[in-house]
Write a new protein. Structure first.
Length: 202
Protein backbone atom coordinates (compact mmCIF):
# COMPACT_ATOMS: atom_id res chain seq x y z
CA UNK A 1 0.00 0.00 0.00
CA UNK A 2 1.38 3.32 -0.94
CA UNK A 3 1.50 5.91 1.75
CA UNK A 4 -0.21 9.05 0.62
CA UNK A 5 1.50 12.25 1.65
CA UNK A 6 -0.47 15.45 1.83
CA UNK A 7 1.34 18.65 0.96
CA UNK A 8 0.34 21.99 2.30
CA UNK A 9 1.08 25.05 0.25
CA UNK A 10 1.89 28.04 2.43
CA UNK A 11 1.29 31.35 0.73
CA UNK A 12 3.17 34.29 2.17
CA UNK A 13 1.04 37.15 3.36
CA UNK A 14 1.52 40.02 0.97
CA UNK A 15 0.83 43.57 2.04
CA UNK A 16 -1.42 45.67 -0.16
CA UNK A 17 0.83 48.66 0.57
CA UNK A 18 4.01 49.74 -1.15
CA UNK A 19 7.04 51.12 0.70
CA UNK A 20 6.62 54.77 1.73
CA UNK A 21 2.93 54.73 0.84
CA UNK A 22 1.04 57.51 2.61
CA UNK A 23 -1.69 55.75 4.61
CA UNK A 24 -3.08 58.63 6.64
CA UNK A 25 -2.40 62.33 7.11
CA UNK A 26 -4.58 65.07 8.50
CA UNK A 27 -4.38 68.41 10.30
CA UNK A 28 -8.10 69.16 10.63
CA UNK A 29 -9.31 68.67 14.19
CA UNK A 30 -11.70 65.77 14.68
CA UNK A 31 -11.82 61.99 15.00
CA UNK A 32 -11.30 59.60 12.09
CA UNK A 33 -11.45 55.84 11.56
CA UNK A 34 -8.69 54.02 9.67
CA UNK A 35 -8.67 50.37 8.58
CA UNK A 36 -5.01 49.35 8.44
CA UNK A 37 -3.08 46.27 7.35
CA UNK A 38 -0.44 44.58 9.50
CA UNK A 39 2.98 46.15 9.13
CA UNK A 40 5.61 48.60 10.35
CA UNK A 41 4.71 52.24 9.89
CA UNK A 42 6.36 55.60 10.41
CA UNK A 43 4.06 57.52 12.74
CA UNK A 44 4.25 61.27 13.33
CA UNK A 45 1.87 62.81 15.87
CA UNK A 46 1.59 66.02 17.91
CA UNK A 47 -1.08 67.67 20.02
CA UNK A 48 -2.57 71.10 19.39
CA UNK A 49 -0.69 74.13 20.67
CA UNK A 50 -2.09 76.39 23.38
CA UNK A 51 -3.30 79.83 22.37
CA UNK A 52 -1.25 82.90 23.22
CA UNK A 53 -2.49 85.04 26.09
CA UNK A 54 -3.99 88.47 25.48
CA UNK A 55 -2.13 91.66 26.44
CA UNK A 56 -3.36 94.84 28.09
CA UNK A 57 -4.01 97.85 25.87
CA UNK A 58 -3.97 100.50 28.62
CA UNK A 59 -0.86 99.20 30.37
CA UNK A 60 2.49 97.71 29.37
CA UNK A 61 1.40 94.31 30.65
CA UNK A 62 1.92 91.42 28.28
CA UNK A 63 0.39 87.98 28.02
CA UNK A 64 2.55 84.91 27.50
CA UNK A 65 2.96 82.40 24.69
CA UNK A 66 1.00 79.17 24.70
CA UNK A 67 2.75 75.83 25.20
CA UNK A 68 3.48 73.48 22.33
CA UNK A 69 1.80 70.10 21.95
CA UNK A 70 3.64 66.90 22.83
CA UNK A 71 5.08 64.98 19.87
CA UNK A 72 6.27 61.57 18.70
CA UNK A 73 7.90 60.35 15.50
CA UNK A 74 9.08 56.78 15.04
CA UNK A 75 8.53 53.32 13.63
CA UNK A 76 5.55 51.49 15.09
CA UNK A 77 4.19 48.00 14.45
CA UNK A 78 0.43 47.73 14.00
CA UNK A 79 -1.65 44.57 13.57
CA UNK A 80 -4.35 44.39 10.95
CA UNK A 81 -7.01 46.40 12.72
CA UNK A 82 -9.16 49.51 12.81
CA UNK A 83 -7.65 52.57 14.45
CA UNK A 84 -9.43 55.58 15.90
CA UNK A 85 -7.37 58.70 15.21
CA UNK A 86 -8.03 62.09 16.79
CA UNK A 87 -6.42 65.34 15.62
CA UNK A 88 -6.09 67.94 18.37
CA UNK A 89 -7.26 71.52 17.93
CA UNK A 90 -5.10 74.53 18.67
CA UNK A 91 -6.32 76.78 21.48
CA UNK A 92 -7.81 80.18 20.73
CA UNK A 93 -5.75 83.26 21.45
CA UNK A 94 -6.77 85.29 24.52
CA UNK A 95 -8.58 88.58 23.99
CA UNK A 96 -6.89 91.92 24.59
CA UNK A 97 -8.34 94.33 27.15
CA UNK A 98 -7.45 97.63 28.73
CA UNK A 99 -6.33 95.87 31.90
CA UNK A 100 -7.73 92.35 32.26
CA UNK A 101 -6.78 90.54 29.06
CA UNK A 102 -7.86 86.91 28.92
CA UNK A 103 -5.71 83.79 28.87
CA UNK A 104 -5.30 81.72 25.74
CA UNK A 105 -7.31 78.53 25.36
CA UNK A 106 -5.79 75.10 25.85
CA UNK A 107 -4.93 72.93 22.87
CA UNK A 108 -6.43 69.44 22.77
CA UNK A 109 -4.73 66.06 22.40
CA UNK A 110 -4.05 64.08 19.27
CA UNK A 111 -4.25 60.33 19.75
CA UNK A 112 -4.29 56.90 18.16
CA UNK A 113 -6.55 54.33 19.81
CA UNK A 114 -7.35 50.68 19.17
CA UNK A 115 -10.84 50.33 20.57
CA UNK A 116 -10.66 51.70 24.12
CA UNK A 117 -6.89 51.18 24.33
CA UNK A 118 -4.57 54.15 23.98
CA UNK A 119 -1.61 53.48 21.69
CA UNK A 120 -0.13 56.97 21.51
CA UNK A 121 -1.54 60.21 22.92
CA UNK A 122 0.12 63.60 22.42
CA UNK A 123 -1.38 66.13 24.80
CA UNK A 124 -2.19 69.68 23.79
CA UNK A 125 -0.30 72.67 25.16
CA UNK A 126 -1.84 74.96 27.77
CA UNK A 127 -2.85 78.46 26.81
CA UNK A 128 -0.65 81.38 27.77
CA UNK A 129 -1.67 83.61 30.65
CA UNK A 130 -3.47 86.92 30.22
CA UNK A 131 -3.04 90.05 32.34
CA UNK A 132 -4.53 91.55 35.51
CA UNK A 133 -7.62 89.77 36.75
CA UNK A 134 -7.87 87.98 33.40
CA UNK A 135 -4.59 86.13 33.74
CA UNK A 136 -6.44 82.91 34.51
CA UNK A 137 -5.11 79.53 35.57
CA UNK A 138 -3.51 78.71 32.23
CA UNK A 139 0.27 78.73 32.48
CA UNK A 140 1.49 77.91 28.97
CA UNK A 141 2.83 74.48 29.93
CA UNK A 142 3.56 71.99 27.16
CA UNK A 143 1.41 68.94 26.48
CA UNK A 144 2.19 65.51 27.93
CA UNK A 145 3.12 62.52 25.77
CA UNK A 146 1.60 59.18 26.81
CA UNK A 147 2.77 55.96 25.16
CA UNK A 148 0.31 53.15 25.69
CA UNK A 149 0.06 49.52 24.60
CA UNK A 150 1.92 49.73 21.29
CA UNK A 151 5.08 48.11 19.91
CA UNK A 152 7.64 50.80 19.06
CA UNK A 153 10.54 49.72 16.84
CA UNK A 154 12.49 52.99 17.04
CA UNK A 155 11.91 56.68 17.63
CA UNK A 156 13.51 59.93 16.48
CA UNK A 157 11.21 62.27 18.46
CA UNK A 158 9.62 61.42 21.81
CA UNK A 159 8.90 64.62 23.71
CA UNK A 160 6.52 66.43 25.97
CA UNK A 161 5.55 69.87 24.75
CA UNK A 162 7.61 72.93 25.65
CA UNK A 163 6.34 75.71 27.91
CA UNK A 164 5.50 79.01 26.20
CA UNK A 165 6.86 77.83 22.85
CA UNK A 166 5.81 78.92 19.38
CA UNK A 167 8.05 76.25 17.82
CA UNK A 168 6.68 73.01 16.35
CA UNK A 169 8.51 69.99 17.82
CA UNK A 170 7.85 68.06 14.59
CA UNK A 171 9.35 71.03 12.70
CA UNK A 172 6.38 71.19 10.31
CA UNK A 173 4.52 74.09 11.93
CA UNK A 174 1.88 71.95 13.64
CA UNK A 175 1.44 71.81 17.41
CA UNK A 176 3.16 75.16 17.98
CA UNK A 177 1.85 77.43 20.73
CA UNK A 178 0.27 80.76 19.86
CA UNK A 179 2.14 83.95 20.62
CA UNK A 180 1.29 86.99 22.72
CA UNK A 181 1.24 90.40 21.01
CA UNK A 182 1.83 93.74 22.62
CA UNK A 183 -1.45 95.63 23.20
CA UNK A 184 -3.30 92.99 21.23
CA UNK A 185 -5.00 89.62 21.38
CA UNK A 186 -2.89 86.47 21.40
CA UNK A 187 -2.68 84.33 18.27
CA UNK A 188 -4.24 80.89 18.04
CA UNK A 189 -2.20 77.76 18.69
CA UNK A 190 -1.63 75.49 15.71
CA UNK A 191 -3.69 72.34 15.25
CA UNK A 192 -2.19 68.94 15.94
CA UNK A 193 -1.03 66.52 13.29
CA UNK A 194 -1.08 62.79 12.57
CA UNK A 195 0.64 61.05 9.68
CA UNK A 196 1.10 57.32 9.05
CA UNK A 197 3.40 55.99 6.31
CA UNK A 198 3.96 52.29 5.49
CA UNK A 199 7.60 51.22 5.74
CA UNK A 200 7.72 47.41 5.64
CA UNK A 201 5.93 44.17 6.41
CA UNK A 202 5.89 43.14 10.05
Amino acid sequence: MKELLSEKLFIAEVSQYIVDQHIFGNTSSGTYTLDIEKGVFKVSICGGGGGGGGSATSHSWLGTNGGSGAAFKGLVKFPKTTLSITIGKGGNGGNASGRNASAGGNGTASSIYLGDTNLISAGGGNGGSGTGNGSGANNGNGGILTIGNVEIISESIKSNGVKASTVSILENGYGAGGSYRSSNSGTNGQNGFVEIIFKRRA
